[in-house]
Design a binder for this molecule. Structure first.
Ligand code: CA
Ligand code: CA
Ligand code: CA
Length: 172
């Protein structure tokens, strides 16, 4: 898959822009992911897209798509060894956090895991959640999520890079 992904990043992004508006919407993004992997489900691609679409515009610039997948290529071995870099965890986390409250609850986590694994059920998701939930709040903060993958990050780490809903309300 790595070789295919390198090729897709080099030549496939603009080609996936079928309506030629200079950006990738969800169907175009799904078509793009299918050029380098046959195993990515439509549901998982949807989570992926949501995680990348930090401004919720429904369209991704070529730059966002290119730099994201280039980052995956650069960190390929870590990802394969289940130690994805924090930048990738941010994308997963934002995808999971459907209501964008910077907490992932059991339902959000189960739905995300199910998109990638049809055998996943609520019980299994709950076991995973409990393991990650260091402060026993019943939800997973981004800090807890990073720690569970072995990343030492500050507690204040923001999965939305200052573009999330909580920041917008502080300014108001
Ligand atoms: Ca387009
Ligand atoms: Ca949430
Ligand atoms: Ca927690």
């Amino acid at each position: 898959m790595k070789a295919k992904l390198i090729e897709a990043v080099a030549t496939g992004i603009e080609a996936a822009d079928t309506n030629k508006d200079g950006k990738l919407d969800l169907p175009e993004f799904i078509a793009f992911t299918s050029t380098f992997s046959e195993t990515i489900t439509k549901e998982f691609a949807q989570y992926w897209f949501r995680g990348l679409d930090i401004d919720i515009t429904g369209r991704l610039t070529f730059d966002v798509v290119r730099s994201h997948f280039q980052m995956m290529i650069d960190h390929w071995d870590e990802i394969e060894n289940n130690k994805p870099p924090v930048e990738l965890l941010k994308v997963y986390y934002r995808g999971m956090d459907r209501d964008r409250n910077a907490q992932v609850n059991l339902e959000e986590m189960r739905n995300f895991l199910q998109s990638n694994d049809e055998k996943m059920n609520t019980h299994m998701a709950a076991v995973k959640l409990r393991k990650m939930d260091k402060d026993n709040s019943g939800t997973i903060s981004f800090y807890e999520y990073c720690i569970s993958f072995g990343h030492e990050v500050p507690k204040s780490i923001d999965p939305y890079d200052g573009k999330g809903p909580s920041q917008c309300c502080l300014i108001l």
